[in-house]
Structure formats: C-alpha cells, structure tokens
Ligand binder design. Structure first.
Ligand code: GLA
Length: 347
C-alpha cells in the first residue's frame, strides 16, 4: 500500500512530499522526495511489536540541518582529501565542507535536493523510484550525472538500488546514510548493540579522517568484528589511535565478499531482540557510531538525539578513492552504468 502526504516546503517554496509505504508483512516506512530521506522505518521485535528504528526529523528545516539522517548521499559518499582529484590529466577542486575536505557531495549534496518521485506497487512490495539530474559543474564535479534510486519495501526490509549514467568522465560513490537504533529511534544509545562485519581489513585514517591508503588487518584491533561484539566495548578505547581519531568508529571496512551480493554485516539489539542484516554487492561499508551527535539536533517527536544514539552502515566504495592508487576505481565514463544494490533486512 502506498500513501502520500504534504510534508512541508523547501526554502524556495517547492512542495516536499512524504510517501508512506506499507508491505503486506506489516513492514512500514516513510520516504521523502527531499534527499530520498527515509524518515521512518518500522520493524518488529522478538514479540512482533513494531518500532520506528531510524533517526529522523518531522519538518523540512530540521531535515536540511540534520547530519544526513536517512538521506541519499552523492555524488561522492564520504571524504575526498582537500576536495581535490584528477581524472584523465585534468585537476578538479570540489567544494570543501569538512575542514579542507569534500564530504558527502559538498554543501548541497543529494541529501538536500528535491528528487522526482514515482510510487508504484511492485511484485515484491511497494516501490518508490527517485530521479535526479546533477548538472555539469555541480559542487564542481564534471559531467551531467543522471541518477535513479529505487527503494523497495520488501517483506523483511528495505532494498535500495542505485543507478547512474554520465555524459563526461566523472567519479561516483552513492550511499544511504540511515542511522539505526534497533530498540527505537528514541531509545538512547546503541552501545549494547552487537555488531558483526565480514571484513578482514579496514582503511585506517589520518587525523583529518582521510584514509592513509593502507588496507590494514582488523586482527588484534578494536575493528575486529568478525565475531559479533558489543559496540560499547570498542568505541571508547582511548588506547587505540584510530578509535581516538574517529571519536569512536568512523571507518570504512573492506568487505570480504566485495563484488558479490552477500550478507556483509549484522547488528543485534539484545533488549528488543531485533536484528539488522546488511546485504550488499559493494566493496566497503562505513561504520559510523553517531560520534558527532550531541543532542543539538531535534528529531521526531521532539527527541534530542545524544552521542551514540545510532549506528550507520553506509555501503560504498572506499573514501578518498580518487586519490588512492591502491583503492578500486570510482570513475564512471559515458556509456557505462553505475549500478549497486543494498538491502537492510530485519529479523
Ligand atoms: C559519515 C562520516 C562521518 C560524519 C557523518 C555525518 O559517516 O564518515 O565522519 O560526517 O557521516 O555526521
């Protein structure tokens, strides 16, 4: 079932619409045409009672100020050092919006623009197709980039399928920045949530959170989640330089199953019994433990989200890939189609 309602207005007066998707299974979510923001996502606990498990906001102004809650990220998820890269011998200087770095597509990334939305009933559940043309020069990226993101509410979760084409060589790295708290968006912290990631390596970062280029083994570090472990055991480890730099975990993990659609991460919340599995064909996942949240963002129902209120699992290519010769390429050329799928499955 699909419903829509007026959510609010953009600063320039354009309407923002909220689409409510409901699956026969009972799963429900709400997605905006603004930024493709997933504002609500209801999943059942061990007794079958539903709670809204994503952080979000009730109005446009808060959505535009929030740190990417539930939003689509582009053109490039995570950081590009100095906002600089070169492609085919041409140097580009992107907008910088994170100190000297370019973060999540710049000042007006895909999270802050209105997408063209089309809702329909699909075979597996209700879908919302979102389209956006990022013009040549947007945030100083080359090429017109046509992006299509299809959200499908499946029986046990949310599928996100991304596609993009360009008319000039460019770089692309799309993701979704949902913040999950499996006990409910207003439940407080995720320190007791247990995390498992099928990654033998991660990408350590400099003090500016730019990858050093190394693909380091997780073995013997707080980044070893090959066996499920509580997040709280790891994020305050002042004896680990990487944890200190991130203010917790704010790192990209190199997925063992890279390139094959597989279950790559799992979160378990002992209180509610809810689980979240991340299925993806991506090469990496940025795990971010809400380190910068400080209660200043007022979310749904007036909830002030504190530090560690949620965990993000952003499936992606590696941060700063355009400047790291050892990282897989993020270049998209005319005639090619960028294509990737991620599913967040609940249990
Ligand atoms: C990403 C980044 C973090 C932070 C959050 C949003 O996860 O890696 O450093 O910018 O987004 O606050």
């Amino acid at each position: 079932m699909i419903d829509s309602r007026h959510f609010g207005c953009m600063p320039d007066g354009r309407d923002v619409t909220a689409y409510e998707l409901e699956h026969d299974s009972g799963m429900r979510c709400e997605i905006l045409d603004l930024g493709g923001i997933v504002t609500k996502l209801f999943a059942p606990d061990r007794r079958g009672s539903y709670a809204d498990v994503v952080l979000g906001c009730d109005d446009v102004e808060s959505c535009l100020q929030a740190p990417y809650f539930g939003a689509l990220i582009g053109r490039f998820g995570n950081r590009i050092g100095g906002g600089r890269f070169s492609l085919d011998g041409v140097s580009y200087q992107l907008e910088t919006n994170d100190g000297d770095n370019h973060l999540h597509g710049g000042v007006t990334g895909f999270d802050k623009v209105l997408w063209k939305a089309e809702a329909s009933e699909g075979e597996e559940g209700p879908t919302l197709k979102l389209r956006y043309r990022s013009p040549d020069g947007d945030a100083h990226y080359p090429g017109n980039l046509d992006v299509e993101v299809v959200y499908t509410l499946i029986a046990n979760g949310l599928r996100i399928a991304y596609e993009a084409v360009t008319d000039a060589p460019t770089i692309v790295n799309l993701t979704n920045h949902s913040y999950f708290n499996l006990d409910g968006h207003d439940a407080g912290s995720v320190l007791d949530h247990e995390l498992r990631i099928d990654a033998d390596r991660f990408t350590p970062v400099s003090a500016a959170l730019i990858p050093t280029g190394e693909l380091a083994l997780v073995e013997g570090t707080p980044f070893d989640f090959r066996v499920q472990a509580p997040i709280g055991e790891r994020v305050d480890r002042t004896d680990d330089e990487q944890i200190v730099r991130g203010g917790g975990i704010d790192h990209n993990f190199v997925l063992n199953a890279a390139g094959t659609f597989a279950r790559s991460a799992k979160v378990y919340a002992p209180v509610s019994g809810r689980t979240l599995e991340v299925w993806t064909d991506q090469l990496g996942v940025q795990i971010y433990t809400g380190n910068f949240l400080d209660g200043s963002v007022v979310g749904k129902g007036g909830t002030a989200y504190p530090k560690r209120a949620a965990i993000c699992l952003e499936t992606q290519h590696f941060p700063d890939a355009p400047n790291q010769p050892a990282f897989p390429s993020v270049v998209l050329r005319p005639g090619e189609t960028y294509c990737t799928t991620t599913e967040y499955r609940f249990g």
